[in-house]
Design a protein around this ligand. Sequence first.
Ligand code: DAH
Length: 344
Amino acid sequence: MKEQLENIYNSAKAEINEAKSINDLDEIRLKYLSRKGEFNSIKKGLKDLSDEDKRTVGAFANQISEDLENLLKEKHEIFYSKELNEKLQKDRIDITLSGKYTPMGKIHPLTQTTNEIVTIFQNLGFSVVAPELSPEVETEYYNFDMLNVPKDHPARDVQDTFYSKIAENVVLRSQTSGAQIHVMENKKPPIKVISPGRVYRNENINARKNNFFHQIEGLYVDKDITFGDLKGVLNEFIRQYFGASRPTRFRSSFFPFTEPSAEVDVQCIMCQGKGCRTCSGTGWLEILGCGMVDVNVLKGVGIDPDVYTGFAFGMGVERLAMLKYAVDDIRLFFNNDKRFLEQF
Ligand code: DAH
């Protein structure tokens, strides 16, 4: 019986040596060591032995089945780590590879500037005019007539304004001020609005002028609106946009649609008031036009100037962006040169 056990042990050992995978080992275990395996069927014969033999052969049987278990376990560990390594090798992730480049879009500097200005005025209680009340294609009526611009005003000249060849009296608007008329025709005071948009002028293009650019129009009409309110709102805007330390001045001026009218200057950003090429030696830069809405304009849209007063203003977005970011050529905003645009 001992001999039988030895034979089984040897052939099991040989099979374990030849095994090629965890699967093979499982089969070997089943064949020899399971309940119905070869060892057990021999061990059943133990009961026919003498007590003495039972002890020695039994001990021997236990000994070799334990050996086999250990051999199987060793082999199993070898196969397991081998298979694991192969899998790791195959599924390997190289964490040192750099990530995929995803190009990110940016908001155009003029849109950024517009958004910034609009937000400042929104926080001061202004709301943005609906686009249909601020069209880029206008009639002379809205662009000039209703704004009290005389028939012979030079701004109406084809040298300055683009006229449509398709329809008479149709222009590409030369200013956003026409939005004032649309708004006042559509709504009774109190009116407190801003209107950003594109305007067109028949200019020779150079570093300071383009034949289209952007403006932001403002209009505040209510009872008891004074020039003091105008100054308060615009000074607060300048404080927020340029910072509190930037000196500002109101200079008297003329516009057909406001009376009195003013222009607002800020101290030159480039030379801090010393006088340079940018400010033509004056130390000041004009940033907007403004004034109290002219009585004729209010009358034209049926608002009683004895009851209501108002102020209006208009500013150039390119100008404000150029001053803030020290851009010296307006054409840079429209060339779509990524090296320029990526800086914002
Ligand atoms: N429309 C004027 C321009 O294009 C700017 C302007 C000046 C607008 C005075 C206004 C204003 O509303 O009150 O030069």
